[in-house]
Design a protein around this ligand. Sequence first.
Ligand code: ITT
Length: 189
Amino acid sequence: MRVTVATGNAGKVREIEAALADLNWDLQPVQGVPMPEETGATYAENAALKACTVALMTRTTALADDSGIEVEALNGEPGVYSARFGGRDSDLERNVYLLEKLRGQANRRARFVSVLVLAHPNGQVESYRGELSGTLLEGPRGDGGFGYDPLFVPDGQTRTLAEMSVAEKQAISHRGKALAALKAAKRRG
Ligand code: ITT
């Protein structure tokens, strides 16, 4: 099956391609389709918006991920706004901004959420979700992964997500869990 990967985030592409390699899908990058504005209030709405737009424009099945980090001490912020937290333009600037917001804060609990939507050209839509809880450090560690990975130590681990290989992150992460649920559903037929 030909599937357009409806994301402009290279980190997500790496993880999606690695997880789905054994499904033997023909994964294509999204090209020439402007991604819609993420106007939804939830990950599920935004993922559906991205996947359905790309499915319509390309007439292929499209896979989108909407995700974010929810910080307990910030009442769940930035959540669906994680990619534009504080109006900052880069992962590095957003990490610095998050660390500033949490300076002196003892509660470092946070969780990642990922919702994947697979949208078919006939209008059928499938949705899969995964979560990962952990704590935020007071400074970055590691240079793998993307986004908030250098600040985040998953529960039961000592390394940040940025200190893990793609496979190690995938085995425990929010996106890894959502991708595993998608694969299990496909294997069931
Ligand atoms: P697309 O919409 O094109 O897929 P995006 O990066 O804008 O790319 P989102 O709107 O879903 O995607 O924003 C998700 C943000 O949440 C992402 O930019 C990171 O800042 C953060 N994030 C999500 N998953 C993450 C992960 O596994 N590790 C670190 N940060 C993550």
